[in-house]
Design a protein around this ligand. Structure first.
Ligand SMILES: [Mn+2]
Length: 336
């Protein structure tokens, strides 16, 4: 299976299909998985979504989310779905290390075809059919195009629309990054299909817990450092912060974007001390790319304006390493 028309043929009879997306799934990964699952179920396929790790609580309102199998905690059921699948959809990632053990299990199932739909740069070659578009705002935007290209735009109802809109909204930071006229046309069509954008904005963004807002205050007040000569901002979180604020999955989401609200900051780094590694998230403005820095120095990758990776040094050493690398990538500014 190497073309969309072959896939369409394959899908003309009910199949066992397993959808997966990357570890620590975000709004785009979960939204794309559920949207595709709802669409395929409408065509009588037997569909399951298997994610490597837990999805964020902020998305619990999404229809079908509690049917998702989490490999970390439901390994047996997840493996069963992976072993029985005739077709895999890999969404919102393009290298198998993003799905850990689920990837190994998937490759063992030699009877199944693999279709990847993703908007990250430099896809690995593990798929039978690769639909890659680094220009797309989100995998959710690509799922819309995918369903439309299969001739099934009419099947996009407001349930599918809600899922797609969620991924678009979160991956573009409420239409702040990687937008295009094409994206706005997609969104206009989703609204025509019954998506309530105001309601979804509230569900997704105005639903912080008090703890999360206080943690944001702590980060900005006590853990932020600005390096003016490299237009860079850094926020760090220590193990003690994780304990004191009882930080759970999803609690730190979006904190990094606050650094870019500063006029003088073009590059933002969020460096988190985790139990065994130190994680680093990077964001940038305009044409400044953080992708290569993440890939070369922190075993990671991502997009031009949003990338990440990890380090096996301690927190201080990782922060120092990041500061030492800055001159390799960014012009030093002089002040008069
Ligand atoms: Mn995405």
């Amino acid at each position: 299976m190497t073309s969309l028309s072959e896939l369409k043929n394959f899908l003309s009879l009910p199949k066992n299909i397993t959808i997966t997306a990357h570890r620590n799934p975000d709004g785009d990964a979960v939204g794309a998985s559920l949207a595709l699952a709802h669409y395929l179920k409408k065509q009588n396929h037997d569909v399951s979504v298997v994610l490597p790790s837990e999805y964020p609580e902020s998305l619990f309102w999404m229809k079908g989310i509690h049917d998702i199998l989490v490999y970390d905690t439901e390994e047996k059921q997840a493996l069963d779905k992976i072993e029985r699948a005739e077709l895999f959809f890999c969404l919102d990632f393009n290298s198998l290390d993003r799905i850990d053990k689920a990837g190994e299990a998937m490759l063992k199932n030699k009877n199944a075809k693999i279709v990847t739909i993703d908007h990250h740069l430099y896809p690995e070659g593990f798929s039978d059919l690769l639909i890659s578009d680094p220009q797309a705002s989100s995998t959710c935007e690509m799922i819309y195009t995918f369903i439309t290209d299969l001739g099934d735009a009419d099947l996009i109802d407001h349930t599918i629309g809600d899922c797609l809109y969620t991924g678009i909204l979160t991956d573009t930071g409420s239409f702040k990054y990687s937008t295009s006229s094409r994206l706005f046309r997609v969104v206009a069509d989703l609204l025509d299909r019954g998506v309530d954008d105001y309601h979804l904005q509230n569900l997704i963004f105005n639903s912080m817990t008090e703890k999360q807002l206080r943690l944001l205050g702590h980060c900005l007040n006590n853990r932020m450092e600005i390096i003016p000569e490299y237009s860079t901002g850094i926020i760090t979180l220590t193990k003690e912060d994780y304990a004191n604020f009882d930080i759970k999955r999803g609690d730190t989401e979006g904190i990094i974007n606050n650094l870019l609200r500063l006029k003088e900051v073009d590059v933002a780094a969020f460096i988190m001390e985790q139990p065994t590694i130190v994680k680093i998230s990077l964001r940038s403005k305009d044409d400044i790319s953080v992708q290569e820095l993440a890939q070369k120095h922190f075993r990671g990758g991502g997009h031009k304006n949003a990338a990440g990776g990890a380090s096996f040094h301690n927190l201080t050493a990782t922060v120092n390493k990041f500061k030492e690398i800055l001159p390799l990538y960014f012009q030093k500014k002089t002040f008069h």
